[in-house]
Design a protein around this ligand. Structure first.
Ligand code: ADP
Length: 191
């Protein structure tokens, strides 16, 4: 299975991505996690991404695209993969299309978690306290929602037109959302 999981910041993508990856035996590739790991280790990539992340802005496409291209060449992606946090811009969609075409592969499904905007901000504020993420101040949280609406939401229509979209209600308990995603992906795999 080759999957994307999308949704606004705070929609619970990371939590659900871990579950999907385990169930389907594929790696969950989170661009946010990769950037954070690089930042923690002080690599050149981390230093480059830092300012953007702390401001709630997207890291430039050129940087993100080459990072993902390299990651998708690793052997563990042979049975498939789940991308969490990529693509986030139309230019990234085009780049992913070319990566897949080069490999003679295609996407099976784009899972979109739909959530209530106000509830999301509350979740993110709670997470900021719990995890102490430097990019989780209230101002940055708002900016991230704006950037998502401007740059990433349009991708939903692109994948809808390609008939790849699985919209899943992301509200409620984690387990409920997990079983909705499971049902949706089981349908895709049996189609
Ligand atoms: P969120 O909490 O919004 O789901 P992530 O953990 O996925 O955020 O990503 C954290 C930050 O890393 C983003 O705000 C952005 O600065 C950067 N980032 C992650 N993925 C991408 C991407 N595909 N393109 C550009 N920047 C990205």
């Amino acid at each position: 299975m080759r999957l994307i999981i999308m949704g606004p910041p705070g929609a619970g993508k990371g939590t659900q991505a871990t579950f999907i990856a385990t169930t389907w035996g594929i790696p969950a590739i989170s661009t946010g996690d990769i950037f954070r790991a690089n930042l923690a280790q002080g690599t050149p990539l981390g230093l480059e991404a830092r300012g953007y992340m702390e401001a709630g802005e997207y890291v430039p496409d050129s940087v993100t695209n080459s990072m993902v291209r390299n990651r998708l060449l690793e052997a563990d992606t042979t049975p498939g993969f789940l991308l969490d946090g990529y693509p986030r811009t139309l230019a990234q969609v085009a780049e992913l299309d070319s990566m897949l075409a080069d490999a003679g592969q295609h996407l099976d499904c784009v899972v979109v978690l739909t959530v209530d905007a106000e509830e999301i901000v509350q979740r993110l504020l709670a997470r900021a306290v719990k995890e102490g993420r430097a990019d989780d101040t209230e101002e940055v949280i708002r900016r991230r929602q704006e950037v998502y609406a401007e740059q990433t939401e349009p991708l939903i229509e692109v994948y809808r037109e390609r008939r790849l979209l699985c919209e899943v209600d992301g509200m409620g308990e984690v387990d409920e959302v997990t079983s909705r995603i499971s049902d949706a992906l089981t349908q895709v795999s049996e189609a």
